[in-house]
Design a protein around this ligand. Sequence first.
Ligand code: KG4
Ligand code: ZN
Length: 325
Amino acid sequence: MALTLGIETSCDETSVAVVADGRRILANVIHSQVDVHEAFGGVVPELAARDHLVRLPHLLDMALEQAKVAPQDLDLLAVTRGPGLVGCLLVGVGVGEGLAAAWSKPLTGVNHLWGHVYAAMLARPDLEPPLLGLVVSGAHSDLVRMPEHGRFEVIGRTRDDAAGEAFDKAARMLGLGFPGGPALDRLARQGDPKRRPLPKPSLPGLEYSFSGLKTALLYRLRELGEAVTEQDRADLAAAFEQSVVESLLEKLERALNETPASEVVVAGGVAANSLLRQRAAEVVAGRARLTMPPLELCTDNAAMIAAAGHYGGRFGADVDPSLGW
Ligand code: KG4
Ligand code: ZN
């Protein structure tokens, strides 16, 4: 059995995990910094980095204790090296390097985006590449092909905002708190997307764009002005959510038509969205097998980093805030 310790600090979740053979989670402790950033309406990088540093030692103890694993039993340390907030990444990598030196263990730097795809392997231990992936998070809306472990080819991406960013901005316009995506998801459940419809973005090929949709929402809210009711807000949340979700799935379907795949993975924080989960299952049904990680593995966590570290090959742990696929 190969044991990997994962460390994730790229944004506003601090997490430490122990994963066996890249598939079985022995521990995955996650500390969300929502309370640190709530009052600011968004993630404050400096505060996020400091909080990672404060929380990591305790989370590390908890993860090892839960997994019933001693440091000397570990085979590999895996730490997120990017993409993410530079100060946050530096904290994780610094701690990872310190532990690797103290325990005389190998360390690998992990691509956070790969981690989101590997979350699906934790959810389904028999899942193997090749696969088609849609990774939707706060900073990415990417369609990728994964021909084998540790290899990804981007076939589609967004021209402007990522889906999660669009949800967060729309949530702010609708007067919802931070974090916006889950709040918008809840409000949309009370609304009817047909009552105040918003345009679905339409770009050629496999490209996404969500900034026009965001502007459309802004104009609708301006038109309604002071007269806006709770129901209007719920209807607009539902319309916005529907436009984003249908746009994401339209391109996923096109990618599936162009180069068929038998396995499809939809992952990343936005894959926690309830409408996306329901509609993705309907769109993919009968054409491929769909895997969407459970909610706690969609949003940032260290188990997915440990899995990607186990399977993805060994890399240096130099921080790269804008690391691509
Ligand atoms: O993957 P993630 O945890 O962090 C990044 O790597 O960016 O994704 C965070 C994003 C945020 O934009 C958040 O609003 C969004 O995922 N999100 C959701 C939901 N849960 C999280 N968006 C829509 N519906 C949700 N239920
Ligand atoms: Zn992420």
